[in-house]
Design a protein around this ligand. Structure first.
Ligand SMILES: O=P(O)(O)OC[C@H]1O[C@H](O[C@H]2O[C@H](CO)[C@@H](O)[C@H](O)[C@H]2O)[C@H](O)[C@@H](O)[C@@H]1O
Length: 372
């Protein structure tokens, strides 16, 4: 009996996982899952591989199904059942604009820290990821916001790319789903014992691997019209948005066929996109905690973080806020979605209104204080 690494589909994180298991030359012994008592089950290597194949195919179908289900093009009309669903969802995730006073009251005496996702939050979703520009009005609002509160952009994009869209040197940027964090290029007034000139890249050892897998994905997917592979430095995005829907399964299979040779990479799903990233335990939630710590708010009770995002990957940050019992998350969505966020906003224009109100409230509070 020898120990051998076997790659299996990880049902939780979405793709491959390497496990070390005891392997004999004839049957393979796998520890029985806790729900089924009785020690060990014996299955043949052939059967194990077959199971893995079936799991892989199921996973591909579930990605594609979930991409279809979350695609607004599938919600063409608004039958009364959908309107009802939306109304009951709004009871649990009310509009952050309508709840503005309550939100401000909850933050009283605390330092608000703002975390903003980019795509679908500050910029509208468009077909070409290279043209997802934010408006000048939004930029001016975020600039004012950063004068009032420490502000960070947390994005799946490569940090340089998101910076080239936002163009504000006074912000913190966490690119590649938080795996590339940099403090403001301009001096920051928000330090509170923390450091401003930070650079944190927890996945730097993966750079050559990500580069290699990017090239392989470009090669593998070039036969699929509309497919686009984006190099986000510490992760890679494969875009489905401009691919005919009947080709989605094929494209997902192409991605999977490349990734099966990279057990140290995993897949997650965004808005008509599959994202490939290192298996390290790092995500937007961890980036949020890291940034709070860098700002000097690690163990403070007087901090009020607000995270606004539209994507599945933003859920990690919403969850951290829930678990810490500090601040809250705001999901940007026109449709009911499973989320840990407390509030909702429908689209980037509402995000801008919300940020604008925060700025006005802060300016009024400041004027009130200086008049006394
Ligand atoms: O964390 P984010 O800032 O939200 O980045 C997530 C991904 O956003 C981009 O893709 C999404 O927006 C595109 C432009 O609107 C759209 O075409 C695509 O379908 C969306 O998934 C970006 O291109 C990805 O690299 C990011 O990972």
């Amino acid at each position: 009996m020898t120990k051998q690494n076997v790659t299996v589909s990880d049902t939780k994180t979405g793709f491959n996982m390497t496990i070390s298991m005891a392997v004999s030359n004839s049957p393979v012994f796998v520890q029985k899952p806790p729900a089924a008592p009785g020690g060990y089950i014996s299955i043949s290597r052939k059967k194990l591989l077959k199971n893995l194949e079936v799991n892989g195919a199921q996973r591909i179908n579930s990605w594609v199904d979930s991409m279809r289900a979350s695609s607004p093009t599938h919600i063409k009309s608004t039958p009364s059942s959908l309107t009802e669903d939306h109304s009951s969802w709004m009871v649990h995730h009310p509009s952050a604009l309508e709840m503005f006073e309550q939100i401000i009251n909850a933050s009283k005496g605390k330092q608000i820290v703002m975390f903003l996702d980019y795509d679908g939050t500050l910029s509208p979703i468009v077909d070409d990821p290279d043209r997802a520009f934010m408006s000048d009005k939004m930029r001016a609002t975020v600039k004012k916001l950063a004068r009032c509160f420490p502000t960070a952009i947390v994005s799946g994009r490569c940090r340089d790319k998101v910076y080239s869209f936002v163009k504000l040197a006074e912000l913190y940027y966490a690119g590649s789903h938080g795996m590339d964090i940099k403090g403001p290029a301009k001096g920051s007034k928000y330090k509170k014992g923390g450091q401003a000139g930070i650079l944190f890249q927890p996945a730097s050892e993966f750079l050559p691997m990500i580069d290699e897998v990017y090239k392989e994905l470009v090669e593998k997917t070039k036969s699929t019209p509309g497919a686009k592979v984006e190099n986000n430095r510490f992760c890679v995005s494969v875009h489905f948005r401009c691919v005919e829907e009947k080709k989605w399964t094929d494209l997902a299979q192409q991605v999977r066929s490349v990734l099966k040779d990279y057990p140290r990479l995993r897949l997650s799903q965004g808005r008509k996109v599959l994202e490939i990233r290192p298996t390290i335990k790092w995500d937007k939630g961890k980036a949020l905690e890291f940034l709070l710590e860098s700002l000097g708010y690690a163990n403070c009770t007087d901090v009020f973080p607000v995270y606004i995002g539209d994507d599945r990957t933003d859920e990690d940050a919403f969850k951290i806020l829930r678990d810490r019992g500090q601040g809250f998350g705001i999901l940007v969505s026109k449709f009911p979605k499973d989320t840990t966020a407390s509030y909702s906003l429908q689209e980037p224009s509402e995000v801008m209104n919300f940020l604008q109100r925060l700025v006005e409230w802060k300016q009024l509070a400041y004027r009130g204080r200086t008049r006394m």
